[in-house]
Ligand binder design. Structure first.
Ligand SMILES: NC(=O)c1ccc[n+]([C@@H]2O[C@H](COP(=O)([O-])OP(=O)(O)OC[C@H]3O[C@@H](n4cnc5c(N)ncnc54)[C@H](O)[C@@H]3O)[C@@H](O)[C@H]2O)c1
Ligand SMILES: O=C(O)C[C@H](O)C(=O)O
Length: 356
């Protein structure tokens, strides 16, 4: 009785639920997703994360799935996206999540996207500089940007992969070669420097970090990270000892995390928080909200360098306005000269990688 044909069919059905989920989950359920009544068409923006299975990518995927402005979330990586996608897709928030694995699925991952966030690439280990990542990450960023140029040429791009001071110029050159470059669409993510600066300044002042806003300009590596402590909001003053301590801690915040992780990578959780904050600002800008201002490493005429991080106003077409640096004190002017010297080389290295 128990071994009737019907019982065998039931067992087969149950075990089909236990198979590892595919990226779309369609093979594993009796009711296929395509047969569900959901139209998956809630209003909102379509966002892709490239490198979504990594240390930053996973918590960033979680945070973007929680963002009410996101209607569709595409998770792309060269490994492990089926598991990450199955996991994130069970969150009862609005965004529909789809996973994509490997180069052959890059086209589907990118087609129709409004915003592409790129944390793909290798992180630092103790003793390394961000520039030591160039040889591996430059090629990864080039390939992914070639895909963006082909399949979502109008998307806003948030570039996280290090060295940001070189990967943003690489992306710009790829887009120029493809004939689709719009400088307003390409934004290097330096939000973690601002997030750290707000935290460390708040600690020194003994106030809530959510009430602090520190502009951080220049770039995203060592001395190119230039906190403008004379322009902190709310206005405040520091002793010269506090200025030296804060500048050093903000410039070396990344290294502080790399050393504490002792070989297990660099900042991932605070970075996912910062990237989600910046992506949300970009989406609010795309929606047409007024007065959205964030620091970002963008094509710029604020200095004589072709790229520079400073405050930008985000709008429907991306980085719509780039604000000048404002008055700097003597300490900051000296810091600016050091930052520009290193930035010039990093930018040139990125440009040459594509033009060579
Ligand atoms: N801009 C910033 O402030 C900031 C902060 C922290 C880390 N980062 C940088 O972000 C990058 C990622 O850091 P992480 O800790 O998440 O590293 P990770 O190694 O944990 O994750 C990187 C992910 O990228 C994926 N990947 C590799 N090649 C790929 C490709 N061709 N296409 C798609 N995905 C690919 C890997 O499979 C992996 O899942 C590093 O370069 C790191 O230095 C930048
Ligand atoms: O420091 C790193 O290598 C990662 C990142 O750029 C950071 O600032 O934390």
């Amino acid at each position: 009785m128990e071994h009737s044909a019907e019982a065998s069919r039931r067992i087969a059905r149950i075990s089909s639920h236990l198979q590892p989920p595919s990226s779309q989950m369609e093979e594993t359920s009796l009711l296929r997703r395509s047969n569900c009544r959901s139209k998956g068409g809630a209003p909102g923006f379509k966002v892709a994360i490239l490198g979504a299975a990594g240390g930053i990518g996973q918590p960033l995927a979680l945070l973007m799935k929680m963002n009410p402005l996101v209607s569709v979330l595409h998770l792309y990586d060269v490994v492990n996206t089926p598991g990450v996608t199955a996991d994130i897709s069970h969150m009862d928030t609005g965004a529909v999540v789809r996973g994509f694995l490997g180069q052959s699925q890059l086209e589907s991952a990118l087609t129709g996207m409004d915003l592409v966030i790129i944390p793909a690439g290798v992180p630092r280990k103790p003793g390394m500089t961000r520039d030591d990542l160039f040889n591996i990450n430059a090629g990864i960023v080039r390939t992914l940007c070639e895909g963006i140029a082909k399949w979502c040429p109008n998307a806003i791009v948030n570039l996280i992969s290090n060295p940001v001071n070189s990967t943003v110029p690489i992306a710009a050159e790829v887009f120029k070669q493809a004939g689709i470059y719009d400088p307003k669409h390409l934004l290097g993510v330096t939000t973690l420097d601002v997030v750290r600066a707000n935290t460390f300044v708040a600690e020194v002042l003994g106030i809530d970090p959510r009430e602090v806003n520190v502009p951080v300009v220049g770039g995203h590596a060592g001395v190119t990270i230039l906190p403008l402590l004379s322009q902190v909001n709310p206005p405040c003053s520091f002793t010269s000892e506090e200025i030296r301590y804060l500048t050093d801690r903000i410039q070396n915040g990344g290294t502080e995390v790399v050393e504490a992780k002792a070989g297990a990578g660099s900042a991932t959780l605070s970075m996912a928080f910062a990237a989600a904050k910046f992506a949300d600002a970009c989406l609010r800008g795309l929606r047409g909200d007024a007065g959205i201002v964030e620091c970002s490493f963008v094509a710029s005429e604020v200095t004589e360098l072709p790229f520079f991080a400073s405050k930008v106003r985000l709008g429907r077409s991306g980085a719509e306005e780039i604000f000048p640096l404002g008055p700097l004190n003597e300490f900051e002017r000296a810091g600016l000269e050091k930052a520009k010297k290193e930035l010039t080389e990093s930018i040139q290295k990125g440009v040459s990688f594509i033009r060579k």
